[in-house]
Design a protein around this ligand. Structure first.
Ligand code: CO
Ligand code: CO
Length: 304
């Protein structure tokens, strides 16, 4: 596949394909059990973004045996198991290596109908853009590392990063959408850029409608800016036109690298309110429409 899709798809038969993905990283919160849950939620997300159903997983663990108590690892793995259980995913194995830094994640295998794969690059002019989770996990986890994050901010990102994208995925498959991706390391504008890069459509994003965590504004203004945020902005700046009226902190949030972020869904306008209503009804309460896919400004994102 020449394009960077969220996960790899391999067709087995006329009506069955497997979806595979892998993701693991270092802790971004202090609580080991929560970290395990976040790592698993994040790893499953690429399968959900394509409309697939994750079935089995392999644990990937890096652990500093001499420097860290084994109970920490047990807590991480328990957190991971809890989330896999919730997702209906079965752990079938794994591998641990000695490493100076704790890392955890999964290799995931799921299934999908080969004709029903939701790609990230097939948005069409007239689509509405729905984002299912608020932004700001990178800024707030940078503040956690610096000892500057308040409890409410930490709680709000943990709640979000441990919320599976499963319901959102199932609903978008049911309704029928044009494109989807999950928001992770490249931030909202990075992943939005991927959606329309080299295509014959553009995007307009209404900055005021983009949801962000309560503490993110203050912490961004305090300078809690992850290195990845600057890289994301440099990488996409030639593709994005940001209105001069957009405050600095909001620009930061739009480029903030996310962990276990929400889905960005391009849905035909006549189905958008139905999908949004169902998302809210089924507990994806923070989903909102943040903009439009347009025929003008091909390959460019206008933020206004
Ligand atoms: Co992804
Ligand atoms: Co990924």
């Amino acid at each position: 596949m020449e394009r960077a899709e969220d996960a790899g798809v391999y067709k087995l038969t006329g009506d069955l394909a497997i979806v595979q993905t892998v993701d693991f990283f270092t802790p971004i919160v202090d609580d080991a059990h929560q970290f395990g849950q976040i790592a698993v939620t994040n790893a499953l997300s690429d399968v959900y973004a394509m409309g697939g159903r994750p079935l089995t997983a392999l644990n990937i663990v890096c652990f500093p045996r001499d420097a860290m108590d084994i109970s920490v690892l047990q807590d991480v793995l328990r957190g991971g198991m809890d989330k896999m259980h919730e997702a209906g995913v079965i752990l079938v194995g794994g591998h641990t290596v000695e490493d100076p830094e704790l890392k955890y994640g999964l290799a995931v295998t799921g299934t999908i109908h080969p004709d029903k794969v939701i790609q990230n690059c097939t948005a069409r002019a007239g689509d509405k853009l729905i984002l299912t989770k608020p932004l700001g996990t990178g800024i707030i986890s940078t503040a956690i590392k610096g000892g500057k994050a308040d409890e409410e901010s930490v709680e709000s990102i943990v709640r979000s990063m441990t919320a599976l994208n499963r319901t959102a995925s199932e609903l978008m498959v049911e309704v029928g959408v044009d494109a989807c991706t999950d928001i992770t390391g490249f931030g909202l504008l990075g992943h939005a850029g991927q959606m329309i890069e080299g295509s014959d459509v553009g995007m307009v994003i209404d900055a005021a409608s983009v949801p962000c965590f309560p503490g993110a504004k203050k912490l961004a203004e305090m300078g809690m800016i992850p290195g990845g945020l600057r890289r994301n902005r440099d990488f996409r700046k030639n593709m994005v036109d940001i209105g001069t009226n957009i405050p600095e902190f909001l620009q930061d949030i739009l480029f903030d690298p996310q962990t276990s972020g929400g889905l960005l869904i391009a849905v035909p306008e006549n189905k958008a309110s139905k999908l949004l209503d169902e998302l809210h009804e089924k507990g994806v309460s923070e989903a909102v429409i943040i903009g439009d896919v347009v025929a003008q400004n091909k390959g460019r994102i206008q933020v206004k």
